[in-house]
Design a protein around this ligand. Structure first.
Ligand SMILES: [Zn+2]
Length: 517
């Protein structure tokens, strides 16, 4: 559920600071040099797994079935439930143990209906429009209004002056410089939508967090917060259509637009489930590494790159390990999460349901950045593990050069693990085209190269097996105080607080820190 603005900032940061990892130099201090697969005994198993993963991969076949036979999978919808059954069936066929579903409640269900738009003045033509997820409808006959602009970069002021929006269609623009970081702006954007709705605005042309669509003639849907729904229709226009409206605003031309948007909310919570299967550990089965990706998707296309690729990688990685005949020391638990797109609901539910076993968790490993090859293992805040991880990535250098950082990825199912002080490991990908396929009508099988998918699934299998099998346990949860410090250092605190995701024990830890001894 990456928010588009945050995503753009991230891509810029990675582009500027990207360097290839794997260059391993001797440590200056006296600590023992961490052992990689060549020294820790895992290499023979990894070679077998790599062979299975690269020579006999079914990952693209799984992705094709998920994309074409099931298609879009909005959490709580009949097709998402079908995907759960499909995932469980695949896990059983692959030979995983303890295959089952873990149910939880999504606060509210939502079904997309139709969306039509028309520019009425100063010229007349149809507009290309789609509704954002978990947003409302116009009256059944549609509604029209004059278009007025609201500045996202000044959203705190805009929230206070919504009475001018009565009967109007609001066009969100970005003018000047943002006064806050983009994630916090996005959190306040939710307040703005509620205020605009209350003031009687007809609809908001806003995209995800007020961002403009990327790509030629593409709309992008998405959620507008964590577990957030809005009565007012919030719409994504293509960049071309939105650009035209913006030019009218700039030149002071009066314009009128008509929309007819129909969506349906469920009356109450809806049921969803994570799909779970395991390879039980041979020595310490109680110790668990979670390997996951989200099975749910948006619904403007077939959800191939977000996150069919991750789901197919999870299944492909499980299959490579099972077929190798190797059993790791600790348990690898494969989880197809759902509810990711609504606010990481599936992975947060997992943490709750498995709270009593958290001390036995080693972390999780997630792939959810589109269609490109893996370029970086981001260790979810655990800077203490970077040195241990490097000899492993070094051993992959004949497949691909992959960097290691301690970055926290808050836009996917790694976040709940990082918040638990565990390495929520994000397999970051080099996916320059993801900005087009992300939540758009272009998110289809055409975007994926089978060879890249097979390699990503294999890399996932190798990382999973190495972590689960290396003699030394990779990680145990950090205490809350340390986790809070890390989240602050990685600038996650402001966003988490803005979205109401900063737990009481984090707030208590901060207070304790502030109190002088
Ligand atoms: Zn995703």
């Amino acid at each position: 559920m990456r928010f588009v603005l945050a995503r753009a900032a991230l891509v810029a940061a990675v582009g500027a600071g990207f360097c290839l990892g794997g260059a391993w130099t001797a440590r200056a201090d006296n600590r023992p040099t961490p052992k990689g697969p060549d020294e820790d005994g895992t290499k023979p198993a990894l070679v077998k797994i790599a062979g299975e993963g690269m020579m006999d991969s079914h990952a693209f076949q799984y992705l094709t079935e998920l994309s074409d036979d099931i298609g879009a999978r909005v959490t709580g919808s009949p097709s998402e439930r079908k995907a759960e059954e499909w995932g469980a069936g695949k896990m059983k066929a692959i030979g995983l143990e303890n295959v089952h579903k873990e149910k939880y409640q999504l606060w509210r269900g939502w079904t997309r209906g139709t969306a039509q738009g028309e520019l009425l003045e100063p010229i007349r033509r149809p507009l290309h429009v789609d509704a954002m997820g978990w947003t409302g409808s116009t009256p059944a006959v549609g509604a029209e209004g004059e278009v007025v602009a609201a500045n996202l970069f000044d959203i705190e002021e805009e929230v206070k002056h919504t009475s001018r929006l009565s009967g109007k269609i609001v066009l969100v623009v970005m003018k000047g410089a943002p006064k806050k970081d983009v994630d916090s702006l996005f959190a306040i954007f939710g307040d703005f939508l509620n205020a605009a709705s209350k003031a009687g605005a007809v609809a908001v042309i806003g995209g995800q967090g007020g961002s403009k669509a990327v790509g030629m003639n593409l709309t992008h849907t998405g959620i507008l917060g964590f577990d957030a729904d809005f009565a007012i229709p919030v719409l994504s226009l293509t960049a071309e259509d939105q650009g035209q409206l913006e030019r009218y605003v700039e030149s002071g031309k009066k314009m009128r637009v008509r929309f007819n948007v129909q969506n349906t909310f469920s009356n109450g919570p809806v049921e969803a489930a994570n799909v779970v299967g395991e390879i039980r550990g041979r020595e310490n089965p109680e110790q668990v590494l979670v390997v996951g990706a989200h099975l749910d998707s948006w619904d403007l296309s077939e959800g191939t790159t977000d996150n069919g690729t991750g789901s197919a990688s999870v299944l492909g990685s499980a299959e490579a390990i099972v077929r190798s005949g190797m059993r790791p020391r600790r348990t690898i638990r494969f989880v197809l999460f759902t509810g990711e797109e609504q606010g990481l609901d599936g992975s947060f539910a997992y943490m709750k349901q498995h709270q009593s076993e958290m001390a036995n968790h080693l972390g999780n490993l997630v792939l959810d950045n589109g269609q490109g090859p893996v370029r970086e293992f981001q260790l979810g805040g655990r800077d203490d593990l970077v040195a241990s991880f490097q000899p492993f990535t070094q051993s992959l250098s004949s497949i691909r050069n992959i960097a290691v950082t301690d970055k926290v990825e808050s836009g996917t199912d790694t976040l709940p693990f990082s918040m638990a002080g565990l390495p929520g490991i994000n397999m970051d990908q080099d996916s320059p085209e993801y900005k087009y396929t992300h939540h758009s009508p272009a998110d289809a099988l055409e975007a994926v190269n089978p060879d890249v998918l097979a390699q990503n699934a294999t890399l996932m299998a190798l990382a999973a097996y190495w972590i689960a099998d290396r003699p030394e346990r990779l990680a145990s949860p950090w205490p809350v105080e340390k986790t809070v410090k890390m989240l602050r250092a990685q600038h996650q605190d402001e966003m988490l607080k803005a979205f109401g995701l900063w737990p009481k024990e984090f707030a208590d830890a901060e207070k304790k820190e502030e109190t002088p001894k």
